[in-house]
Design a protein around this ligand. Structure first.
Ligand SMILES: Nc1ncnc2c1ncn2[C@@H]1O[C@H](COP(=O)(O)OP(=O)(O)O)[C@@H](O)[C@H]1O
Ligand SMILES: C=C(OP(=O)(O)O)C(=O)O
Ligand SMILES: [K+]
Ligand SMILES: [Mg+2]
Length: 576
């Protein structure tokens, strides 16, 4: 019998938590009535456990010690974290939230901002441009008025030829042996055992006997007849069909690859890209990239629009993209491991190793990498994650991904703030562990630079991180225009945080995605000594550092035309 107080939480099956609504005494025995979170299912004979809750996961919205620091462009969340936990306590792994109907109001967005959201992702597959425009306005308002630093990402719809719909909002079950028609016919509502395919050519090249797999294994069918472009199929592995489910075809255990006649960027995508440019977003994530030319095309377009500062991220989510991986990484400004669709095109058991390989290549080529989809999927419905989900998030942090992304957990989930706090806590824990246990996965150095100045910059950053770790300095300061030096430092995943001072606000926004970097906006002059003195003063007066703190300074000034020497340097300074 547990002693229950009003602050107790009840855990059902170690998963669903709820608080105690009322307590009653029956013959001296305490009986509690739990306040169940709405819409969660509790199985019969579920286990209940009572836990005293001492502190809450969420940062309190009303806390008054969050101030806007006008001097130094420190965002309020970093400032608070630094004051509370010190340099080594700063979280290094960046967090992205997909914004959907469950988190689009100003108040919702502020909660996510306080919870550590670094980048907001808008999935152009859903909702109207007006809706997305409102969200962007809200985020800019938070940045300007409340001192947050949230970057904006749009994610293109892409030509998803494998989507199907059964015409109702919720899932339907496909029973073993049932016969279904997958059709290109367009009709309103639903028809029994009939699924509409989004793309007319979906059945091209498909033969009787092929397997049709829903959402990477939710249900499986065998093609038993071709009727024009439609497919009659028999369910061989029963399961659920969700609205807009993804399908793939398999023959002799291998994915049947379609001829990609659809462009990676559709007419709608180009309109969405123009929308992104006019709204001033920081990142465009391109869905279903197949080869490097897809990315080059968009980058060229951005430069004709004088918008080359918008970073282009390639989503790796097709078998084809895995074949051209290095070229795609090289051509893009960053990668998203889009495990949702990837899991439809490759066997699920291959995802963990493919993820590790992509992260490794990205670090080698110095491109930020995001791990996305289903990190905390069960939290769309439940307020706590599964143990397996926590292990998955931990693994992504241990592999040194730059960023973790929430999809449905924040967009439509009941517990988006909690999901974000789980990512935050797991990242902090794993980062601390890697450091304490000295589990740094060292990078076998691959030289990136071609010209002498590029090679110097790269060597300086490699050595600077080794020095910073060996000396145990409190922080690394770097002065950077385009973020290149900051990024080369981050590539080595140092123990102390990297404070990147820049005078370009777009550099601040793009560095937001990169591991361990705290980007700060300041005016910089040609005189590097002056910049160092000035930023030290600012940091000191803001109370961020104290006497005795040791800072490693990496500077990178473009040499003036009168001289041919290079000014990149490493200094170690003690705050006095
Ligand atoms: N802007 C939006 N408006 C409405 N629903 C959204 C929006 N963004 C995301 N969602 C919902 O959140 C779910 C998860 O988001 P995401 O993973 O980005 O998309 P998808 O499931 O289409 O790949 C979507 O299936 C959709 O139901
Ligand atoms: C992130 C992904 O893309 P989207 O959510 O747009 O399908 C994915 O497939 O994992
Ligand atoms: K998308
Ligand atoms: Mg996808």
């Amino acid at each position: 019998m547990a002693i229950v107080s009003d602050t107790s939480k009840v855990f059902i099956n170690n998963k669903i938590s709820c608080s105690v609504l009322s307590k009653k005494q029956f013959f001296g025995v305490s009986v509690c009535v739990p306040k169940i979170v709405p819409d969660v299912r509790i199985r019969s004979r579920a286990k209940a456990r009572f836990v005293e809750v001492k502190s809450t996961l969420q940062i309190n919205l009303d806390e008054k010690n969050v101030s806007v620091n006008g001097n130094l462009g420190f965002d309020v969340v970093t400032e608070k974290e630094l004051k509370e936990k010190g340099f080594l306590g700063l979280r290094k792994t960046k967090l992205i939230c997909t914004i959907g109907p469950a988190c689009s109001s100003l108040e919702d967005l502020e909660r996510l901002a306080l919870g550590g959201m670094n980048v907001a992702r808008l999935n152009m597959c859903h909702n109207t441009r007006e809706w997305h425009s409102d969200v962007i306005r809200n985020i800019k308002k938070l940045n300007e008025e409340k001192g947050f630093c949230i970057s904006l990402m749009i994610d293109t719809e892409g030509s998803q030829m494998y989507m199907v719909d059964h015409g109702v909002g919720s899932s339907v079950k496909a029973e073993d042996g049932s016969i279904w028609l997958f059709t290109i016919e367009r009709f309103e509502g639903s028809r029994p055992f009939t699924v509409q395919a989004y793309y007319e050519g979906f059945s091209e090249g498909i033969k009787v006997g092929d397997e049709l797999v829903i959402d990477g294994g939710m249900a499986t069918f065998e093609v038993i007849e071709k009727v024009g472009n439609d497919l009659r199929c028999k369910c061989t592995d029963p399961g659920l069909l969700l609205p807009r489910a993804k399908i793939s075809f398999w023959r002799n255990g291998k994915l049947v690859e379609k001829i990609f006649e659809l462009p990676t960027l559709s007419t709608k995508d180009w309109t969405d890209i123009d929308f992104g440019i006019s709204e001033g977003v920081d990142f465009i994530a391109v869905s279903f990239v197949n080869e490097a030319s897809d990315i080059k095309l968009l980058k060229n377009y951005l430069s004709t629009k004088s918008s080359e500062f918008i970073k282009v991220l390639a989503k790796v989510e097709s078998l084809e993209s895995l074949k051209n991986l290095e070229d795609i990484v090289e051509a893009s400004d960053g990668i998203m491991v889009a495990r949702g669709d990837l899991g439809v095109q490759i066997p699920l058991e291959q995802i963990p190793t493919v993820q590790e390989e992509i992260i490794h290549i990205c670090r080698q080529l110095n491109k930020p990498v995001i791990v996305a989809s289903q990190l905390l999927e069960s939290m769309v419905e439940y307020p706590t994650p599964t143990r397996a989900e926590v292990a998955d998030v931990s693994e992504a942090v241990r592999q040194y991904a730059d960023a973790l992304m929430l999809s449905g957990e924040s967009a439509i989930g009941l517990f988006g703030d909690k999901a974000l706090s789980v990512l935050r806590m797991v990242s902090n824990r794993l980062e601390l562990w890697s450091r304490e246990e000295n589990k740094q996965i060292l990078l076998s150095q691959r030289q990136l630079g071609v010209s002498l100045p590029e090679r110097i910059a790269e060597q300086i950053c490699n050595c600077a991180v080794e020095m910073a770790n060996n000396l145990g300095v409190d922080a690394i300061f770097v002065y950077t225009r385009h973020g290149n030096m900051a990024s080369l430092l981050s590539r080595n995943r140092p123990n102390p945080p990297i404070f990147a001072f820049t005078d370009r606000s777009c550099t601040v926004k793009t560095l937001n995605l990169q591991w361990g970097i705290v980007p700060l906006l300041v005016e910089l002059s040609e005189d590097m000594e002056h910049n160092i003195r000035k930023t030290f003063e600012l940091v000191k007066t803001s109370g961020m550092v104290k006497n005795g703190d040791v800072v490693l300074v990496v500077s990178d000034v473009i040499p003036s035309s009168s001289t041919h020497s290079y000014f990149q340097s490493i200094k170690v300074k003690t705050i006095a």
